[in-house]
Write a protein that binds this ligand. Structure first.
Ligand code: PAF
Length: 279
């Protein structure tokens, strides 16, 4: 695997490779886990050359403590990428992608950011879109891979890719799960065995919503689900929304099959978890 640390090196390398090769791109912030490995495997199976980036993007963090605390495991990440036969790792410094004091660009997400993560983490998606646009323009891939676990991020990236007229196919990869069904996340490592079990309520509730969607309305299911969280004290519900997959706005009636999503954010012992189900 080639490790390239500057935009210049990457651009020179890709200018020779991009003509005859299908280039797949997997942007990450490192601390790679099985969810990322699944993105790399998907990218590998449908392209000639896989570029993975590891960059902890400062503009998408709401506070500096979160940014500092973000896990950095670069040596382990490189081992994982080598095992997965990733072709290129792009590992830039902040100064390579941002000029001094540069802030996020403001995007129009057409309301996709009105609820859920967008409501609770002001400016977060502007930061994500800013870095994704920069990376897309540098790597200029044919395809880019993102996890469905971050559903709102995925839909927002699809939206800006169209808005910016970038000819990049955005591919959403299904969430990797523990045997229990809990969505894989680097944050799961911070949970005790007991809390890992308790966190399963997230996944169980999402399935409950999907399985009962022909019996109850979205609002009834939302109330029944909130009740499940209120019946215990460890897992604190931040939001539970049943939304249209198209615009990510809460719905009062279910759409056709495949066009609905239930999304949850909850925290346990200070560890914030998110998950969703599309149905
Ligand atoms: O999902 C992530 O890891 C990040 O939000 C992304 C897409 C790499 C942008 O920094």
């Amino acid at each position: 695997m080639k490790v390239l640390k500057t935009t210049k090196e990457l651009t020179i390398f890709l200018s020779k490779e991009s003509e005859d090769n299908v280039i797949a791109f997997v942007p990450t912030m490192g601390a790679l886990h099985d969810g990322h490995i699944s993105l790399i495997k998907n990218a590998k199976s449908s392209s000639d050359l896989v570029v993975c980036s590891i960059f902890v993007n400062p503009t998408q963090f709401n506070n500096s403590t979160d940014l500092e605390k973000y896990p950095r495991t670069i040596e382990r990440d490189i081992e994982i990428l080598e095992q997965e036969n990733c072709d290129i790792l792009y590992l830039p410094e902040v100064s390579d992608l941002y000029s001094e004091n540069e802030k996020s660009k403001h995007f129009d997400f057409n309301g996709l950011d009105n609820f859920m993560e967008g409501a609770g983490r002001k400016g977060h998606f502007d930061g994500v879109a800013t870095i994704v646009e920069k990376l897309f323009r540098i790597v200029n891939p044919d395809k880019a891979f993102f996890g469905e676990k971050d559903l709102q991020q995925l839909q927002i990236i699809r939206h800006i890719t169209k808005q910016l007229n970038l000819e990049i196919e955005i591919i959403g990869v299904p969430t990797k799960r523990e045997i229990s069904g809990l969505a894989m996340s680097s944050r799961n490592k911070r949970l005790s065995e007991t809390n890992l079990q308790k966190a399963n309520l997230i996944n169980e509730t999402l399935h409950f919503i999907k399985e009962n969607s022909s019996r109850y309305s979205p609002e009834e299911l939302k109330q029944l689900s909130i009740h499940k969280f209120n019946n215990q004290s460890e897992l604190k519900l931040e939001y539970l929304e049943i939304v249209s997959l198209e615009n990510l706005h809460p719905i009062t009636e279910f759409k056709e099959r495949g066009n609905n999503a239930a999304c949850i954010a909850a925290s346990i012992s200070g560890v914030r978890l998110i998950d969703n189900i599309i149905f």
